[in-house]
Structure formats: structure tokens, C-alpha cells
Design a binder for this molecule. Structure first.
Ligand code: HT7
Ligand code: ZN
Length: 875
């Protein structure tokens, strides 16, 4: 397959002014009439008109009123080329597509009998011929025609300017989007849906219409999405001075969707997972997800839509920035400092769990990739989450006000344009008078930098030096510009006031940001009266791996006292990780010695668990052990079974040694009364349910009955789900509870996804059990949520079974990559990535994984999506 390189970018030969689209919607044969006015681009370097088209049948092509004959244009692969075109062109293109057969969920497709579109990244070309690239921005008018009884609701971008009956049982609606947009933001919906709507008054006094569209029967689950939308609108006005620019903003929920949601101008289309919630069916995590995703898509209206990407290599320009904005939104919605810290810790966990491994594996790429085969494979944690970290570092370097100035300048310069990551950096630099040239390396160099810290204390001179150095595992890389936030703790745990040599920090500051720009630098703190404990990389100020030879005592000191909650949590993770690695090694060596966990660690855990001055959500995070995946990342040769045994041993020991305190906290953190997803209540539930899960590692009559009672009586999904998971993980027969759960929610697709997911991730579920679940009438590979719930959870969240010694799960993986690929290459390629880290496993497993990869590679009919992932894995 063809590799596309960033360096090969050339501006389009023609720019499009207007697009008029007419749709005669029929699931078996939709006719699309497309009238484009275009003109030669003075900055263009090519001369021909080049349009993209894929899986569509061309009926007729007219240029400036004249039908073009076969020899007057050519079609090769996805490109339609018209040579020797005049400078001003009107193209009229008629095509046909078959939405009902489109299982890729890209372009125009049918879900549960309704029409939806998904055009990012390159789906518009599956609807009509067009220069389907983000730097071609045009104004769209859309006429939709469809059977009125079957599709009473006809939606597209912008404003509804006309609607009516066509007389033959069909009706029409005409939509006009007043803003120029790239084709990937086009959307239509033709469906039988109902909506919750509200008129909302912007800060400026202007009224806008907000709508959340869902299938009939789901209107009792739209309140939280609507509330999140209103919160997002308010937040963007207040934090960034950005107002909603349309009179109407719609969210539509669809059950078949490849990703979370899509920011189409004025017509956001969402996976039902990120819209539908009520306490009966949705967990606290679901509620938080809805708030974040509604915010994310709404914030794209400025960061992505008004200012878009010049080319897909710049994807992080909109995604990294918008993830950063949704993270800040979620943190601000909680309001408290501790709540903010909890969201930050969650972000760090995601990075470590998913992004660091990606950056160390075969799909490693810079935040701004240099090449790709299939752009859909680059909607990655690197582009999104690491990209958000890169944006966060600007804010750390220039401050919150400086960041706002940079954003203001970015919009002042680029509103209505398709630009690059360099343009964003230039706005940040210019608005703040800073030289951010070196910062560019965060965009161009892949991999996770390692920052090593050493310290020395001079009691006579009262100096404390921190020597920071950086390295990467790519030999030719140049040093990054790394903000390292640092604090120092006195012996009594107090945060020491800091005087940095040559620094400009405020008097009495207890955290300073060191700027590491060279390979090695010394930072000197003066007037330090006692040897302090350094707290380095506070708030996770850069996406790096920090190496520092902490002693256990120093970590315990930080775990007890660090005023920076992220580093306080981090100290606990380091303490736990050291023990987990030792235990894993002991299990792997098959020593006869019994496994042991020291009381120092257990006492620290106990003290934190019962410290009710601390936010329950923080305590919960601090008590979760590093996941099996994160432990694996620390090992040279991964032994998933030893990891699982060691971690289970630690969980069991915590469960038994801290039994009394866990029980007490279980009872102390109940949330009686009406369910509310607010952060405090959610935090209490999280802590309570973590206690339950520890108690159920070795269940007894008391703890079992707690779980059973919670499962039977819970007034919300968070508690019911947690109790059921604890039961099925405990090893007791939970089949009656599982069946009851299924029966109670058989008509709620998103809850049935949870039912599959929880079983897939249970260590007792082997590949045979997964196959059995696949035979369940509720299972289908065609629905991405369902496929993800069972297959992805098995391969990604059940490592001890996925890595079964006989390799049976690898063969299962290969079989289903191939099956999924025939249905939906985007979903298949994501599933294929479960094997990314195969080279790190013990030789016997490695050989079987390689064989499975080769089995997929040997297929003759693979999509480019899967081919790219497999080829890179095997390279
Ligand atoms: N910008 C959206 C990306 C997206 C997408 C990409 C490829 C295939 C399907 C897709 N659905 C949505 C989502 C976002 O980041 O907001
Ligand atoms: Zn996005």
C-alpha cells in the first residue's frame, strides 16, 4: 500500500467556493447530486482538478454545463482527474451509493434503519466526488429528500431554511451552513428520532436552540448530555471568550459508530455511549465520559472547525488542543483542587497505560506524524492524549493568562483557515514574547523522553542542587524543552519556600517550574536549612519517564505529606510497583519461598485509606495498584502469568490485612438518597466499591453477602455493576446474578455491552468462554460497541487469558481480525493493535504471537488499515 508523507504536501490546485448537495435517500440506492463551484488556487503548484471518490458509482459528470466523456477525465483508484480545466469551473456530479451495504460506518450508512454519515477523515469521498482534503473549505447547501413516514427527521449542518412535502409520501428539508468548512465536517441524518430541546441564552444575550436527538424510548436519558452541552457553552465563553456561532446546535445519538463522537458543524453525531444516561443504566464513569465528550465535540467548534487542519498530519492541532480543553473543562466543572488533581491523575494513568506503550511499540509516531498509510490508524493516544500534554506544557511555560493570550492571537490570525501545528506554536510564542523554537521537537520527535534526576545537598552553604538530564531511546534525537515542576519537602512534611538561583518565582512559592532544555542542567535552590525530599515532576508537568533513586523512606514521606496530589499518588505507585516487580520476579523464578508483603507498605496504605481529610476519589486512586499492563511495561521480558499472580497476591493481602478498615470505609462511603453523578458522590462510590473489590478477593460469608445485597438492592448502575464485577472476580458462582442482570437490561444495548465487557475482563474467562459468549444471540461483530465490549476487553483487559500458554487466544485474535476486517476495517485495525507489544513476551509466547500475526499478514484481501498495523508489527 501507498505511504503518504508530510513532506509531500502541496496546496490544492483548485479551491471550492460553494457546494450544493442533493440527496435522494434510499437505503438501497441513494442518488447524490453535487454542484461545486471552484476556481484555480493562485498558490497551487499542480494544474489539474483532482477529486476523490470511493465505492460510489459515477452516473454523470458535467463541467461548465457540458457532459464530460470518458476521455475527458480519468479515474484511477480513488482519484478522478480532469486535465486542462479552465480557471473557473462549475462541476455537476451525479453518483449513486448503497448505504445499507456500507458496514464500514464511514460515508453514508444505515444504523437501525436510519441514515447517518461519518466523514472524518476521508468519508466524504464515499458520498460524492470531491477534493476531500481539509484545506479545501467551502460553503455548503444541502437538500435532503426521503420517505416521510420512515425518515420524519431530516438534518444537516447549519440552519434549516426550507422544508415541505414532495407529494409522493416523500418530503424534503433544505439546510444551509453559513460557515466555510472542510468536507470532513459535512453531516446528514435522516431518521425516525425524537429530541429534547431547549432555548439557551448566550452571555451576549443571543438565544440559540439546543437539541439532543435520540431514538424513541430514550428521552429519559438525555438530560445529562443537554446539561453538559450548556455547561460547555458557558465554559468556552468564560475561559476562552469563545461564543457559539450558530443559532442551532444539535447532538444526534447513533448505536453504530466507529469512535466516540464527531464534531460536524452544528450537527454533532455521537455514539449512544456518550449521550444516553440515567442512574439505572449508566455508571459514574459513563456520566464523566458524557460530560467530557460533549464538551470535546462542542469545543471543536472553534478548535477544529473555525480553525481547521491544513492536512491530516496536523491532526493533533485540533485533537491535542481539544482534548486539553475538555480536560480543563472537566476539571473546572468539579471545581475543587482535589477534584482537579483526581482528573489529572486519571490523565496520567491513561498516558502510562496506553500512550507510553504506543510510543515504545511498532506504531510509535510523533504527535505530528511524518507519514501514514491509512490516516484512520492515526487517531491515536499519541495524537490525542500526548498532544494534549504538549498543549498543557505551553500553559505550564507561559502561565494561564499567557496561554489565553496565545489562543486569542491564534484565532485572530487564523479564523476561517486550515493551518499547522507550527502556526499554533507561533501564536503561543508571539503572544508571550517567548522563543519556542526548541519546543517544536515535541511535535517532530517520537518516543517518551527519560528525565533522570540527581540531587546534592550542601548543609554548609544551605544549597540544594537538582541535576536533571534527559535522554531518549532514539539516538539521533535532540534535547526537548521540558518543563519540570519541582517542590521540596522538609522533614516534617512542610512544603519549603523556594529560592531558585536565577529564577523569577514569586516570594514564598513552594513549586517552581524548571526548564530543562539541554542534555543536562543543574538547578540550585538556596537557603535550604535541612536536607529536603524532592518532589519532582509535580502535576506531571511533562509526558516523560522520571528516574530518581528514591529510597522507600523518601517515598513514604511523599506519600504521607506531598502537597502536590499527583506526586503524592505517584509515590504510592512507586512503592507498589517496586513490590510488584519483586513479587513477579519471585513468582517467575518459581521459588518455593512464600510471597510476602511488608507491613511498612500495608501500614501506609492503611493510613491513607482511613484518612478522611482526603477526598475519597483521591484515596481510591491512591489505593489502586498499577495495572497488569503498566507492570508489564516495566519488565524486559513480560511474563503475564507471573504478573497476574503477584498482583493478585498483593490484592489478596491488602484485602485480608486491611479487612477491618476496608469494611469500615465500605460502610462510611455509602451515598444514600437520590443518585447524583457529582464528583464527591462518585468519589465515595469509587472508594466504597474498591473496598468491596479488595474484600472479595478472598470472600467470606460477610463480604459475600455485602456484595450480593449491593447487587440486588443497588439504586444505580455504578453500584450494581461494581458489585457484580466483584462477585464474578471473586470466583464464587455468580451466574444467577449475571443472568438477572441480563434479564433486567436486555433492551438496553449499552448495558448489555457492559454485561459482555465484565465477563470478557474476568480472569476466569478463557478463550472458550469468549467463543461461547460470541454465540449468544445478543452478540454481533457488526456493532462496534458490542465487538469492543467482548473482543477488545478480552485481549486488552484480560492479559492472563489472552496470553494463555497454548496460544489459543492468539489464534482467536487472528481469526477475528480477519473477520472484522471484512466488515469494518477501522474497527479491525484497532483490534489488531492488541498484538503491538508481542516482541516483549517470553520466547514461547512470542513465537505463537508471531505466527498469529503472520496468519493475518498472509491474507490476500486485507484492508490498508489492518495491513499497516500488521506490517509495522512484523517489521
Ligand atoms: N474528530 C472525531 C474523529 C472521528 C473519527 C475519525 C475516524 C473515523 C471515525 C471517526 N469518528 C470520529 C472525533 C473527535 O476527536 O472529536
Ligand atoms: Zn476530537
Amino acid at each position: 500500500p501507498l505511504t503518504i508523507y508530510r513532506k509531500d504536501y502541496t496546496p490544492p490546485a483548485f479551491l471550492v467556493d460553494t457546494v450544493e448537495l442533493g440527496f435522494d435517500l434510499d437505503p438501497h440506492r441513494t442518488i447524490v447530486a453535487n454542484r461545486i463551484t471552484m476556481q484555480r488556487n493562485p498558490d497551487g503548484t499542480n494544474c489539474d482538478i483532482v477529486l476523490h471518490g470511493e465505492e460510489i458509482e459515477l452516473v454523470q459528470l458535467r463541467m461548465n454545463g457540458k457532459v464530460l466523456q470518458a476521455g475527458e477525465y480519468s479515474i484511477e483508484g480513488v482519484l478522478l482527474t480532469i486535465k486542462n480545466a479552465p480557471d473557473q469551473v462549475v462541476l455537476e456530479i451525479e453518483t449513486v451509493c448503497v448505504p445499507v451495504e456500507n458496514t464500514t460506518l464511514s460515508g453514508l450508512y444505515v444504523s437501525n434503519g436510519n441514515f447517518f454519515t461519518q466523514c472524518e477523515a476521508e468519508g466524504f469521498r464515499r458520498i460524492t466526488y470531491f477534493p476531500d482534503r481539509p484545506d479545501v473549505m467551502a460553503k455548503y447547501t444541502v437538500m435532503l429528500r426521503a420517505d416521510k413516514a420512515t425518515y420524519p427527521v431530516l438534518l444537516s449542518n447549519g440552519n434549516l431554511i426550507e422544508e415541505g412535502d414532495l407529494g409522493d409520501g416523500r418530503h424534503y428539508a433544505k439546510w444551509e451552513d453559513p460557515f466555510k468548512k472542510p468536507s470532513y465536517l459535512f453531516a446528514l441524518v435522516a431518521a425516525k428520532l425524537v429530541c429534547q430541546e431547549e432555548t439557551y441564552t448566550l452571555n451576549s444575550g443571543r438565544d440559540v436552540l439546543l437539541q439532543v436527538w435520540v431514538e424513541d424510548g430514550n428521552l429519559d436519558k438525555t438530560d445529562y448530555a443537554m446539561q453538559s452541552l450548556k455547561n460547555s457553552i458557558r465554559w468556552d465563553e468564560e475561559r476562552f471568550g469563545l461564543e457559539l456561532d450558530l443559532d442551532r446546535f444539535m447532538i444526534v445519538a447513533v448505536g453504530d459508530f466507529n469512535m466516540g463522537a464527531m464534531e460536524n458543524k452544528g450537527l454533532n453525531i455521537f455514539n449512544t455511549k456518550f449521550v444516553l444516561a440515567n442512574p439505572r443504566v449508566a455508571t459514574d464513569i459513563d456520566y464523566a465520559g458524557i460530560e467530557a465528550v460533549v464538551g470535546h465535540e462542542y469545543f471543536h467548534n472553534w478548535t477544529g472547525n473555525r480553525v481547521t487542519c491544513r492536512d491530516w498530519f496536523q491532526l493533533s492541532l485540533k485533537e491535542g488542543l481539544t482534548v486539553f480543553r475538555d480536560q480543563e473543562f472537566s476539571a473546572d466543572m468539579i471545581g475543587s483542587d482535589s477534584g482537579r488533581a483526581v482528573t489529572r491523575i486519571d490523565q496520567v494513568r491513561t498516558l502510562r497505560q496506553a500512550q507510553f506503550p504506543e510510543d515504545a511499540g511498532p506504531m510509535s509516531h510523533p504527535v505530528r506524524p511524518d507519514s501514514f498509510v491509512e490516516i484512520n490508524n492515526f487517531y491515536t493516544v499519541t495524537v490525542y492524549e500526548k498532544g494534549a500534554e504538549v498543549v498543557r506544557m505551553y500553559q505550564t511555560l507561559v502561565g494561564r493568562d499567557g496561554f489565553r493570550k496565545g489562543m486569542d492571537l491564534y484565532f485572530e490570525r487564523h479564523d476561517g483557515q486550515a493551518v499547522t501545528c507550527d502556526d499554533f506554536r507561533a501564536a503561543m510564542a508571539d503572544a508571550n514574547g517567548r522563543d519556542l523554537r526548541q519546543f517544536e521537537r515535541w511535535y517532530s520527535q517520537a518516543g517518551t523522553p527519560v528525565v533522570t534526576a540527581r540531587t546534592r545537598y550542601d548543609a554548609v552553604k544551605r544549597n540544594f542542587d537538582i541535576i536533571l538530564s534527559q535522554r531518549s531511546n532514539h539516538p539521533d534525537q535532540l534535547p526537548f524543552h521540558i518543563p519540570v515542576a519541582v517542590g521540596l519537602l522538609g522533614e516534617d512534611g512542610r512544603a519549603l519556600p523556594l529560592t531558585l538561583d536565577g529564577g523569577t518565582q514569586e516570594q514564598g512559592a513552594t513549586t517552581v517550574v524548571l526548564e530543562l532544555t539541554e542534555q543536562e542542567q543543574i538547578f540550585r535552590f538556596r537557603n535550604i536549612d535541612e536536607r529536603p525530599t524532592p518532589s519532582i515532576l509535580r502535576d506531571f508537568s511533562a509526558p516523560v519517564i522520571l528516574e530518581y533513586d528514591y529510597t522507600d523512606d523518601e517515598l513514604l514521606h511523599l506519600f504521607r505529606h506531598d502537597s502536590d496530589p499527583v506526586n503524592r499518588w505517584e509515590a504510592g505507585q512507586r512503592l507498589a510497583m517496586a513490590r510488584l516487580l519483586k513479587l513477579t520476579a519471585q513468582v517467575a523464578a518459581k521459588q518455593d519461598k512464600p510471597l510476602k508483603l511488608d507491613t511498612t507498605f500495608l501500614d501506609a496504605q492503611r493510613a491513607l485509606l482511613i484518612d478522611d481529610t482526603l477526598d475519597p476519589a483521591f484515596r481510591e486512586l491512591a489505593l489502586i495498584l498499577p495495572s497488569e499492563g503498566i507492570i508489564a511495561e516495566q519488565m524486559d521480558v513480560v511474563d503475564p502469568h507471573a504478573i497476574h499472580t503477584a498482583r493478585q497476591f498483593m490484592r489478596r493481602t491488602i484485602g485480608t490485612e486491611l479487612r477491618a478498615e476496608l469494611l469500615a470505609q465500605y460502610h462510611a462511603n455509602q451515598t444514600p438518597g437520590e443518585y447524583s453523578p457529582d464528583a464527591l458522590s462518585a468519589g465515595k462510590r469509587a472508594l466504597k466499591n474498591l473496598c468491596l473489590s479488595y474484600l472479595l478477593v478472598t470472600p467470606d460469608a460477610v463480604t459475600l453477602s455485602l456484595a450480593q445485597h449491593q447487587c440486588e438492592q443497588a439504586g444505580n448502575m455504578t453500584d450494581r455493576f461494581a458489585a457484580l464485577v466483584a462477585l464474578i472476580h471473586s470466583g464464587v458462582d455468580a451466574s444467577a446474578y449475571l443472568q438477572r442482570f441480563y434479564d433486567d437490561f436486555s433492551s438496553e444495548a449499552l448495558v448489555i455491552d457492559k454485561w459482555f465487557a465484565m465477563q470478557a475482563a474476568t480472569p476466569a474467562t478463557d478463550v472458550a468462554a469468549v467463543r461461547k459468549l460470541m454465540a449468544h444471540p445478543a452478540f454481533t461483530l457488526k456493532n462496534p460497541n458490542r465487538a469492543r465490549s467482548l473482543l477488545f476487553n478480552f485481549t486488552n483487559a484480560n492479559p492472563s487469558q489472552f496470553h494463555a500458554a497454548d496460544g489459543s487466544a492468539y489464534a482467536f485474535w487472528a481469526e477475528h481480525v480477519i473477520k472484522l476486517d471484512a466488515i469494518n476495517p477501522q474497527v479491525a485495525a484497532r483490534f489488531a493493535r492488541s498484538m503491538d507489544r508481542w516482541r516483549r513476551y517470553a520466547p514461547a509466547l512470542q513465537a505463537k504471537m508471531k505466527a498469529a500475526l503472520e496468519q493475518v499478514a498472509a491474507q490476500t484481501k486485507l484492508s490498508n488499515d489492518v495491513l499497516e498495523v500488521i506490517t509495522k508489527a512484523l517489521a
